[in-house]
Design a binder for this molecule. Structure first.
Ligand code: 3H9
Length: 703
């Protein structure tokens, strides 16, 4: 038998171990080896039962994602065909689940009649995260095992559940005493099955999966959940597959599932989500930094600045058991900050996500101080003070004085030159940017900004610690706004200008949310604070001074003290959580347009889409050309995880590739032409975009 499978017969049992590192992805070669091994065991009269297990522990992470979109995906033996065949073998099959069984991996286990898992095993049908539905029997076998409602919830959430929950649901029959005992206890289970003459498959627990449910259950489920799915295709296909499970016999249900799966697999959305999956893995690879570089030890953190951001940052570390000193020079701000952290945690208790004991443990890890001297034992200090260079430099000088050698000095700046900040201290090799996004305890993205002098081990340690607190770190070069905010600049600029020319904030926002962005640009600016974006412009005045119309509406709102949600009024009016349009914005825009000689007109939605999106994409391509972004896919991750760009569009760079780079270039050139002086100023195609189109390239890469 080939190396992909470990095969042995012992004491009347065939033991079949999947052995394809690192995660037993079920590609064509493994499928072929698996079916051969199972046929051999089925034909061997000395074998009474068959055990499937992961030879290296982990059971299987499912179908091989690299095969999707290629012929290999359904090359014989296909996964659905393999699992159907396994389910027909006339001997009991026991799946012994170690570590993980995801997607097709769990479907493989469901095709077996019996399942045992190690106590720490996690399992789930995670296909939805790839814009897919389970396509190897999962949508038909799971509802018959645990009922339609539980199956639907599990498949639509893509959630990984633990062994205990899987046993409660009926997915696992047994949980082994320990990981080490898994195989032995699977053997014992198989012998019991043989001894009692158990059938190859037990009778279905839910032959009619929707038995207990009202007739209109699926229709009501759709009405209730559809708004949250926005334009995502996969959840709708899952529902159709579940409907088939409830209405059709198994054989027909499997055929229907496969048709739906192929529709999902061929969709742009799934292609985009697969791109995101590989982008996240690629983002961990940083050229010139060896995987083996020794990391600095990080046992204690200090966060400077007890504002919203600083508190959110501190919570991330307390959440994973790392002690944090939260420092502020102002006692009242510090107390308010610590109070805010406690309130945040209490909210999690109310939602059932944390227990009171867990809150207490986290609060005990947080230590408030007004004194730099208390930071002497910190291994990583993150400053999150106000966005002014002089103030940040002052903080760094104090850190230099009080912190031990080798400490990593991180700044959370979103717009300032970190090389200039690093030059303030005598240890620039220890300085790095760690740009968290608000709310920092929730948002997944951290931009890791590498400066000229940043030492490789500092970069590697920053990537590692970000991963330890559950964030997605993306590396960026130093430059005003790093990746995300630099692209936000033209995006927001065009949105402002469009309102000056005749659109309303609500119209602009509706075009963007219509594309499934979490939030429109004006809602986002109101949430972040108009005072905050004002400070970012202040840091960049020289570059924008030539355009009098530049975000002039926001300048006006700032002067009026309309700071957004926090002051109850910004681009919109706020009352509690509800938001309404503000007619005064139109009056203000009309007045400003008159003063600036800007002609107002009716603006089409397509123009809003093109101007906001294509200028932002153009800037992203420039970032790649300048080397600030390492890869186009890193840019996608930044916008998906930091700015609410829909993952099922794959991020702005992937979206541009789907639309066609020539289209993007032509639309930029179109606005350059029709927008006159303004167009000349801002609609300049990135040189790399022009090179890519000239070379006939479809993908955004550095050439
Ligand atoms: C499916 O099953 C469809 C079926 O219903 C129907 C079919 C007809 N395929 O993430 P890591 C690679 S859809 C190929 O760094 P971790 C990964 O790229 C599938 N490759 O480690 C990486 O490679 P590299 C449903 C895969 O410990 C390496 O393995 N399954 C696959 O942080 C290590 O991975 C899923 O959605 C795969 N299925 O996380 C599970 N999985 O080193 C997707 C992993 O070259 N996978 N790789 O960069 C995961 O969620 C995580 O990878 C996992 C491990 C939790 C398994």
């Amino acid at each position: 038998m080939c190396d992909l499978i470990h095969y042995r017969v012992e004491d009347g049992l065939a033991l079949i171990g999947l052995n394809r590192a690192p995660v037993n992805a079920l590609d064509q070669s493994l499928r072929a080896a698996l079916i051969n091994a199972c046929e051999r065991a089925a034909a061997d009269i000395t074998v009474g039962a068959i055990i499937l297990y992961g030879a290296q522990g982990l059971f299987s992470a499912g179908a091989d994602i690299k095969e999707f979109g290629t012929e290999a995906c359904f090359a014989e033996p296909s996964l659905p065909g393999t699992l159907t065949r396994l389910s027909e073998i006339h001997k009991p099959l026991v799946a012994a689940l170690g570590t993980l069984a995801l997607g097709g991996g769990l479907e493989l286990a469901l095709a077996c009649g019996y399942r045992i898992g190690e106590p720490g095993a996690r399992m789930g049908l995670s296909e939805i995260n790839l814009g897919l539905l389970p396509g190897a029997g999962g949508t038909q076998r799971l509802p018959r095992l645990i009922g339609a409602e539980s199956a639907l919830n599990l498949i639509l959430s893509g959630e990984q559940i633990d062994a205990e929950r899987a046993r409660m649901l009926g997915i696992l029959d047994r949980i082994a005493t320990s990981a080490e005992q898994l195989l032995d206890e699977a053997r014992a289970y198989a012998h019991e099955l043989i001894d009692c003459g158990a059938p190859a498959r037990p009778a279905e627990a839910w032959p009619n999966p929707a038995e207990d449910l009202p007739d209109d259950f699926l229709a009501r489920y759709r009405v209730e959940h559809e708004p949250r799915w926005k334009s995502r295709l996969a959840p709708r296909l899952v529902l159709s597959a579940l409907e088939a499970a409830c209405l059709l016999p198994m054989e027909e249900g499997l055929v229907r599932e496969l048709t739906l799966f192929k529709q999902a697999e061929a969709s742009r959305q799934s292609r985009a989500l697969r791109h995101v999956f590989f982008a996240e893995r690629e983002a961990r690879r940083i050229p010139q930094i060896e995987a083996a570089v020794a990391l600095r030890k990080i046992n204690k953190i200090a966060v400077i600045g007890a504002g919203t951001l600083g508190c959110g940052i501190a919570m991330n570390f307390a959440d994973v058991g790392i002690p944090v000193a939260l420092m502020d020079l102002d006692g009242r701000t510090l107390n308010r900050g610590l109070e805010r952290v406690r309130e945040n945690y209490q909210l999690s208790v109310k939602r059932g996500k944390l227990s009171a004991v867990q809150v207490q443990q986290r609060m005990e890890l947080l230590f408030g101080t007004l004194d730099y001297a208390d930071l002497s034992d910190a291994d990583l200090v993150i400053e999150a003070v106000c966005e002014k260079m002089e103030i940040k430099q002052q903080v760094f000088l104090s850190l230099e004085k009080f912190c031990k050698p080798g400490v990593i000095l991180a700044t959370n700046t979103s717009s300032l030159d970190i090389d200039a900040l690093a030059a303030t201290v005598s240890r620039p090799q220890d300085v790095i940017g760690l740009h968290f996004f608000t709310p920092a305890n929730v948002m997944r993205l951290v931009e890791i900004v590498r400066c000229q002098a940043t030492a490789p081990d500092v970069v590697a340690t920053a990537m590692d610690i970000a991963g330890r607190i559950g964030k997605l770190p993306v590396i960026s070069g130093n430059g005003a706004g790093s990746i995300g905010n630099r692209m936000l600049e033209p995006y927001a600029r065009e949105a402002h200008r469009l309102v000056l020319e005749g659109a309303t904030p609500a119209q602009v926002d509706a075009v963007l949310t219509g594309l499934d962005l979490n939030m429109g640009v004006f809602s986002m600016l109101d949430l972040a604070g108009i005072d905050v974006s004002f400070l970012m412009r202040e840091a960049n005045r020289a570059a924008i001074a030539h355009d009098q119309s530049y975000c002039c509406l926001a300048e006006e709102l700032y002067a009026l003290g309309r700071y957004g949600q926090k002051s109850g009024r910004g681009f919109y009016l706020y009352e509690g959580r509800s938001r309404t349009e503000d007619k005064e914005i139109v009056t203000l825009a009309e007045q400003l347009a008159r003063e600036l000689n800007v002609t107002r007109r009716c603006i089409e939605d397509l123009e809003i889409h093109d101007r906001c999106l294509f200028t932002m994409i153009n800037e992203g391509i420039r970032l790649l050309d300048e080397g600030i972004a390492l890869r186009a896919s890193d840019i996608d991750l930044v916008w998906i995880n930091g700015y609410g760009f829909p993952a099922h569009l794959g991020g702005p760079m992937h979206y541009a590739e789907q639309l066609g780079l020539d289209t993007v270039l032509n639309r930029i050139l179109h606005y350059r032409h029709v927008q006159g002086e303004y167009g000349e100023m801002w609609f300049r195609p990135a040189a790399l975009l022009e090179r890519l189109v000239a070379a006939g390239k479809c993908r955004i890469e550095k050439i």
